[in-house]
Structures are given as C-alpha cells and as structure tokens.
Write a protein that binds this ligand. Structure first.
Ligand code: SF4
Ligand code: SF4
Ligand code: SF4
Length: 245
C-alpha cells in the first residue's frame, strides 16, 4: 500500500483548500483526478497527488528525460507530480524512477506497473489518413500486435496489447510531413491515460476530440492491457542515452 507522505499530503491539502475556496470540493476532486500519463507503478491520479512528495527524484533518475512535473497551469492539486512526455524518448520500463521514489508513490506490483496508458490515432494529424505510405508507428512499436494496419494501410491501436510506452508518439513524423500546415499541432498518434474520455475512442479521434477528451475523466477507465509483452522487462535495465534527441 502506498504511503501518503506528510509533505505530499500537505501539498495536496493546501492546494485543495485553495481550490475549495475558489470552486468548491468538486474543483479540488476533479483536479486531483485529472487523467495524466504517469510513470510506471503510479496508482490512481488522486492517490499519486496525495502520496508524491514532489522531491523530483524520479525526474532525475529517468535515463531518457521523459518525466516532467505537472505544471501549475494544468493542475493546482497535482502540481509538481510526475507525468510523462514523449518528445525525446519513450519508456522501456527500466524502473529506475520506481527505484528512486522514496514514498512508494511509484511502486512495484499492481495493474499499472507495466501499463502507462494507451495510444490513440489522431486522424487529422496522421498522414496515413490523407496519403498512404507512412507506417512508422507500426514499424517502431516494440510490442507485437499493439498496432496493425487497416485495409487502407492506416494504423489501428489495440488497447489490449498497447502498454503506453510512447515510442509511437516519439517517432511519428507527422509534424515534419505537415510542416506546410501549421493548423495541425498534434502528432498522428498520442498516448493518453486509460482513465480519460479519449481512451474510449473506438478507433481514432480528431484533434478537436483529443483537445476535449484528453484530460476529461471517463466514467470508467479502460482496462489495463492484458496481452502485449514489452521486450524489456522491469529488471532489464539499459544504459542511458538510447535514441534521445
Ligand atoms: S521506467 Fe525508466 S524509462 Fe520509464 S519513466 Fe521510469 S525511469 Fe523513465
Ligand atoms: S507514424 Fe504518425 S503519421 Fe505515420 S502512420 Fe503512424 S500515426 Fe500516422
Ligand atoms: S504506446 Fe508503445 S505499445 Fe502502444 S502503440 Fe505506441 S509504441 Fe506500441
């Protein structure tokens, strides 16, 4: 069971009190529960917001620099807790962040130890939806069966196999391929929390749907993946620096 640290409890408590002042208990609960993509072994967002002491040791431990603190603009309650960003790397489950965590806010065991979220295809950003030819995400995905191609060679994500590692989001070249069109901001494929509304998209989302659903909590979280096997296990630690941009 994760310990709720005094510092994390106080941080969440002070922020919650401030929010209660401006928006009531609903605002505080909603912010604590905001569905971010978290490092391995994080329990629910609300539990993490309470148990993390904001020491940032996980950020320093990650060899690929993919852990970043939740900014104040995103959540007052979860401010400073770890979230994942895949611009320059992806998670290979080396578990160095879990080993570095002093409070068990990130911990071994449980359904989220190897399940970070799920990838969703953004159909107005993915170039395979406009033209054929790009299969980079499928080619680079380390989990066999997590991405297949449909009859038009467009990527389809299989949530039962995808572990949310972020490799597809990191390597998707849609931004450079669409450099002429600045209206498209997203990657063609993006990892979201299984607790958010976008995770329930049957096959793909639009940029607009992603914008509204990415941080909107769904009534029920998508079940963790049950079939995909990431080739690098939790105890198979790699040297730092692979493929970092
Ligand atoms: S498991 Fe390793 S690669 Fe993944 S977020 Fe933690 S430290 Fe980074
Ligand atoms: S890599 Fe990006 S642009 Fe290419 S098929 Fe996959 S999602 Fe679409
Ligand atoms: S997040 Fe990882 S496992 Fe899921 S589709 Fe992308 S590369 Fe494959």
């Amino acid at each position: 069971m994760t310990d709720i640290t005094r510092r994390g409890f106080l941080a969440a408590g002070v922020a919650s009190a401030a929010l209660v002042g401006v928006g009531g208990f609903g605002a505080a609960t909603g912010q604590a529960d905001r569905p971010f993509v978290r490092p391995p072994g994080a329990e629910s967002n609300a539990r993490l917001a309470a148990s993390c002491n904001r020491c940032q040791r996980c950020l320093q431990a990650c060899p690929y620099g993919i852990i970043t603190p939740v900014p104040l603009s995103e959540s007052l309650v979860a401010y400073g807790t770890p979230l994942l960003a895949f611009e320059h790397g992806y998670c290979d489950f080396c578990m160095q962040c879990v080993d570095a965590c002093p409070t068990d806010a990130l911990s071994y065991g449980g359904p989220r130890e190897r399940d970070l979220g799920v990838a969703v295809v953004v159909k107005d950003a993915c170039v395979a939806w406009d033209w054929s030819g790009c299969t980079v995400c499928k080619d680079e995905c380390p989990v066999e069966g997590a991405i297949t191609l449909d009859d038009h060679d467009r990527p389809v994500v299989h949530p039962d196999f995808c572990d949310g590692c972020g490799r597809c989001e990191q390597v998707c070249p849609s931004a450079s391929l669409r450099a002429y069109d600045s209206s498209v901001q997203n990657k063609g494929i993006v990892v979201v929390s299984r607790a958010c509304a976008s995770a329930h998209a049957a096959r793909s989302v639009t940029s607009e749907e992603l914008g509204t659903g990415r941080y909107e909590r769904a009534s029920e979280a998508l079940a963790p993946h049950s079939q995909g096997v990431h080739p690098n296990g939790p105890h198979d630690k790699k040297e730092a620096g692979h493929e970092n941009a």
